[in-house]
Design a protein around this ligand. Structure first.
Ligand code: COA
Ligand code: AMP
Length: 618
């Protein structure tokens, strides 16, 4: 039996023994006597996540070790923080927040670009036992407003601007607009003024970050229950209302710490780099918490894979900071490949220290896999997970002896996860047969216990379809060797450049256009971004409009309401949408047509001729 097989078996046969052992690697204020009760991990344990991510490394004598490197080609700066420096910044920031009334259990929204203060704000929040909710910068004001209204933060932390290669993104006006739209009023907004574009502050409500920090007294760590929430991260569901995924403190610390060594094969003191954004789950887990819990050095990269300044940007960062293990999305590799197909830019840098490249966020297509593996000469490891799980569900576990790779598969279930592929009747699919990918309960520590303020939606979205199983929303199959193949979403979620988006949400925005009678948005395959949204729009009877004008307006509306990250650039006015006789839009068939897959004309279709019109419109 391989190491992986033995560890996996134990995690499934004796989950409580397995995770009790892993929990011993975390500092507890009160060690948990109970490991699992009613699906909740370590219910009687108490700890502080910030203590485990920062203080304990300083206390163990590693204060001089680099904790964080901010590498920012868009501002031309590189800055490193030791663990001792990070502790000082985090403790003072926590003191400042306490002074503004933030306490244990309160929420705080963080809307920031990729600057060290974003990480410091998250950790400061954790230090106080408060709950952060980070909102990705590429979302529009309306999306930020929805999250502010749901999270009801005491304080919002933001910055004057973010820097995209092509433009400066003024965050503060977006925040101001969001607060005008939102019903909830935070007591204060703390604004980091960046020299590239300072913002004007609203008297009484807004505070300049640097001023507020001056004179703040350092705050200590507040002990919280393992089951208390550490953060809420909103993610796209099938409707316009995002889902607030809750992460608790104890299970999260245990699972993430365990994953760093066993999944990613990285040791304390080594440099780990996840080229993502703190607004996504990858940023939460593997820019901030995972590497710091493990005592690694983490890299916070404010730039892109290409254009900042060239397709060698990732290789420069890896070489300059001695990165051992790197993590990005396949789309980033495709972007590099497009600009540097022969990989010449890798030759400019010494990449001999790089041990593994992990990829996730979307399916790793075999072409991209072969290109990256051939170029780098290190294991390229596909792994699959989602905001809800918080850490990998399937992966080649580098720390447990890498298995043979099957391109197109994220390998096998990670210890702790009992992955099952089910048919519509709830029976397990035989090897090679596609079905719904589910995880048998209990989910391991670190996965979502519920949705914020919405236990009913949690049960309805994830637990009700297949009793005793968590529904991932992805479809796929397990082959005869136990390798999982994830083929794509089986709901209305799409994946654009590794960003998870809801077509239902875009449809709600488009349907609000005064001339639109109805619409359907589907994901269409794209060579670079994996998928791109395309909207099919039916005009209201009597709407005397040039279709091209409406198409342009609809595109602008989605950018304004959802944000540039949606990359919604294509809307097509059509005469009708394909529907069943009961009026349900046949989105699945539209997706098949768009993908060029053979499709069966559903027997329930109202008028089969419409399918031809959709095909022509593409
Ligand atoms: N703040 C404000 N705007 C942002 C933003 C942010 N944090 N991130 C992206 N945007 C904007 C971009 O400027 C762009 O705007 P534009 O329409 O005016 O050009 C739009 O959102 C789409 O951005 P993006 O998806 O980044 O596309 P791109 O064409 O600029 O770059 C890639 C393409 C492939 C290079 C880029 O998507 C990438 O690096 N992807 C990696 C994905 C990733 O890290 N995923 C996280 C999961 S691991
Ligand atoms: P997010 O919650 O934003 O991390 O997105 C999660 C979704 O991205 C998953 O449900 C999958 O649809 C997709 N995804 C992530 N990683 C992979 C992967 N390695 N292979 C296939 N799909 C993936």
């Amino acid at each position: 039996m391989s190491t992986y097989d033995a560890v996996y078996r134990r995690s499934i046969d004796d989950p409580e023994g397995f995770w009790a052992e892993a929990a011993a690697d975390i500092d507890w204020d009160v060690a948990p006597a109970t490991v699992l009760r009613d699906g909740r991990w370590f219910p009687d344990g108490r700890l502080n996540t910030c203590h485990n991510a920062v203080d304990r490394h300083v206390l163990a004598g590693h204060g001089d070790r680099t904790a964080l490197i901010h590498d920012s080609p868009v501002t031309g700066s590189v800055r490193a923080y030791t663990y001792a420096e990070l502790l000082d910044e985090v403790a003072r920031t926590a003191g400042m927040l306490r002074g503004l009334g933030v306490g244990a259990g309160d929420t705080m929204v963080i809307y920031m670009p990729m600057v060290p203060e974003a990480v410091i704000a998250m950790l400061a929040c954790a230090r106080l036992g408060a709950v952060h909710s980070v909102v990705f910068g590429g979302f529009a004001a309306a999306e930020l407003a929805v999250r502010i209204d749901h999270a009801r933060p005491v304080v919002v932390m933001s910055a004057s601007c973010g820097i995209e290669p092509s433009r400066i993104v003024a965050y503060k006006p977006l925040l101001d607009a969001a607060l005008e739209q939102a019903g909830h009023r935070p007591a204060h907004c703390v604004i980091l003024q960046r020299p590239q574009q300072p913002a004007s502050l609203v008297e009484g409500r807004d505070l300049d970050w640097a001023d507020a920090l001056r004179g703040a007294q350092p705050a200590g760590c507040v002990s919280v229950a393992a089951t208390d929430p550490l953060y809420v991260l909103y993610t796209s569901g099938t409707t316009g209302a995002p889902k607030g995924v809750v992460r608790d403190n104890g299970g999260h610390a245990v699972a993430l710490h365990w994953s760093m060594g066993n999944v990613y094969g990285v040791a304390p003191g080594e440099v780990f780099w996840a080229a993502s954004d703190v607004g996504w789950v990858v940023g939460h887990s593997y820019i901030v918490y995972g590497p710091l819990l493990k005592g690694c050095t983490t890299v916070l990269y404010e730039g892109k894979p290409v254009g900042t300044p060239d397709p060698g940007a990732f290789w420069r960062v890896a070489a300059m900071h001695d990165v051992r293990v790197m993590f990005t999305a396949p789309t980033a590799i495709r972007a590099i490949k497009k600009e540097d197909p022969s990989g010449d830019f890798t030759k400019k840098w010494d990449l001999s220290g790089l041990r593994y490249l992990f990829l996730a966020g979307e399916r790793l297509d075999p072409d991209t896999y072969h290109w990256a593996a051939g170029l780098l000469g290190v294991p390229v490891i596909d792994h699959w997970w989602q905001t809800e799980t918080g850490w990998p569900v399937a992966a080649g576990c580098a720390g447990l002896g890498l298995p043979t790779v099957k391109p197109g598969s994220p390998t096998k279930s990670v210890p702790g996860y009992d992955v099952r592929v089910l048919d519509p009747a709830g029976e397990e699919c035989p090897p090679g047969v596609e079905g719904a990918i589910t995880i048998r309960l209990p989910l391991p520590p670190g996965t979502l216990p519920t949705l914020y303020r919405d236990d009913a939606r949690f049960a309805a979205s994830y637990l009700s379809r297949y009793p005793g199983h968590y529904l991932t929303g992805d479809g796929g199959y397990i082959d005869e060797d136990g390798y999982l193949f994830v083929m794509g979403r089986i709901d209305d979620v799409i994946n654009v450049a590794g960003h998870r988006l809801s077509t239902g949400q875009m449809e709600e925005v488009i349907a609000a256009h005064p001339d639109v009678a109805e619409c359907a948005v589907i994901g269409v395959a794209d060579e670079l971004k994996g998928e791109l949204p395309v909207g099919f729009v039916v005009l209201k009877a009597g709407a005397d409009r040039d279709p091209a004008d409406v198409e342009r307006e609809v595109v602008a509306l989605v950018r304004e309401r959802v944000g540039p990250v949606a990359a919604f650039r294509r809307a097509v006015v059509v005469g009708r949408l394909p529907k069943t006789r009961s009026g349900k839009i046949l989105r699945g068939t539209m997706r098949d047509i768009a993908a060029g897959r053979p499709y069966r004309t559903p027997s329930t279709i109202e008028d089969p001729a419409v399918l031809g019109e959709i095909s022509d419109a593409l």
